[in-house]
Design a binder for this molecule. Structure first.
Ligand SMILES: [Zn+2]
Length: 383
């Protein structure tokens, strides 16, 4: 398969040496998002020219090659929604002849990714390059773990926390669960040439942040930083997801026109409509990822701006291990079989207690009858 007349192999490039930090770049995990592959093609020769000075290794992989060839997000199933432990085990152990489309893509990715993860001496950083159907400023998303924050906060773009926790089976959620770092970078509109510049800038900034190259070795590092800063002027630094509107097939979901990512919205404001009528914002906050076209089950998300002071507090609490005390609060019980799960009666699962859970990285909410379980990513307790 080809893009811009050049072949797109699974391994787009590999440069550096073993024993240091490892960065894995992904382009086109969604097949209608080729900008990441284009940015990787720009960066890899520059890295190769500096190979002797690289302190570790950079591996660049193509995501959904079948969908990329067809110019669609996915062929049968979203490749970025099938990274559950069970799903991975099934794909890994099945006869390849019995697999098709995204199952085969995932298997081929695992064949490249697993040895990289297994042989790394420290957590691997995965930078997954995406684009959006509508135009908008670049931003990044990641699971709320200390390891991720350390890298993600190095990018001068808005950071959406907790998206990975409300969506099942994302690749980066899985990577966070197994102790690595995963950052999704959304560069802008699918077909906007500037999007490739944003992706390129993100790659270089992460190369610097992971210590793969000294900043002085990176071509135009300050320019890359300025480019992203300029594209994100006036936008909040960190927003946490508090609500997800799920779209089911046949809903007839349609966003009201004119919304952009990060727009402030008021509680009760009409945001979209479907067969049941108007869809109003259940809370005030920031509108995230309004869906104007394409496949997928996420209509929109609502988020809340996280002030810097709160973010600093959150990191300190976790670094010091103070979050261990959550299980000793009245009404809160830590699951004896899984220290990453806090169980509370439904009646108290709101307000400041939920804010406190979020502060400590317990973002995924699972309703279980009379109780609610708040779950953090595995391994967040490991620094
Ligand atoms: Zn995408």
């Amino acid at each position: 398969m080809c893009l811009d007349g050049l072949p797109v192999p699974r391994v787009l490039g590999r440069v550096g040496r073993k024993g240091g930090p490892v960065l894995v770049l992904f382009g086109a995990v969604h097949g209608n998002e080729p900008a990441g592959v284009r940015a990787i093609r720009r960066v890899m020769p520059e890295l190769e020219a500096r190979a002797d000075r690289l302190r570790g290794e950079v591996v660049a992989l193509a995501g959904n090659r079948g969908a990329l060839a067809k110019g669609v997000r996915f062929v049968t199933r979203d490749l970025n929604r099938k990274w559950t432990f069970e799903g991975i085990e099934r794909v890994r152990t099945s006869d390849p002849a019995s697999l098709a489309d995204e199952d085969l893509e995932q298997r081929a990715i695992l064949e490249q990714l697993e040895p990289v993860l297994a042989h790394a001496h420290e957590p691997v950083t995965v930078l997954d390059l995406h684009t959006t159907s509508g135009s908008g400023a670049p931003f990044c998303c990641m699971s709320d773990t200390l390891r991720n924050l350390r890298i993600g906060l190095g990018l001068p773009v808005p950071l959406i926390l907790g998206l990975e926790e409300v969506i099942d089976g994302t690749m980066l959620g899985y990577l966070s669960d197994v102790g690595h770092r995963g950052i999704a970078f959304e560069g802008g509109r699918h077909d906007d040439p500037v999007t490739v510049d944003h992706h390129e800038a993100a790659i270089w900034l992460v190369v610097a942040r992971t210590g793969l190259l000294p900043p002085g070795e990176i071509p135009d590092l300050a320019g890359h930083r300025r480019r992203l800063e300029a594209a994100c002027q006036g936008l909040p630094r960190v927003v946490e997801v508090r609500y997800r509107h799920v779209v089911h097939e046949g809903d007839g979901f349609e966003m009201r026109p004119g919304f952009r990512n990060f727009d402030p919205v008021r509680k009760g404001q009409v945001l979209a409509e479907d067969r049941t009528g108007e869809i109003r914002a259940p809370m005030s906050g920031r509108l995230l990822l309004p869906r104007y076209q394409g496949q997928g089950e996420d209509g929109f998300f609502l988020g809340r701006v996280v002030p810097r002071s709160v973010l600093r507090l959150s990191r300190s609490i976790r670094r010091l291990g103070l979050d261990d005390a959550l299980g000793r609060l009245p009404t809160v019980r830590r699951d004896p079989l899984d220290p990453d799960r806090l169980v509370v009666p439904r009646a108290v699962a709101r307000g400041p207690l939920v804010d406190l859970f979020h502060l400590c990285g317990y973002r995924r909410r699972v309703d279980q009858g009379e109780h609610v379980v708040y779950v953090r990513r595995r391994q967040d307790r490991l620094l």
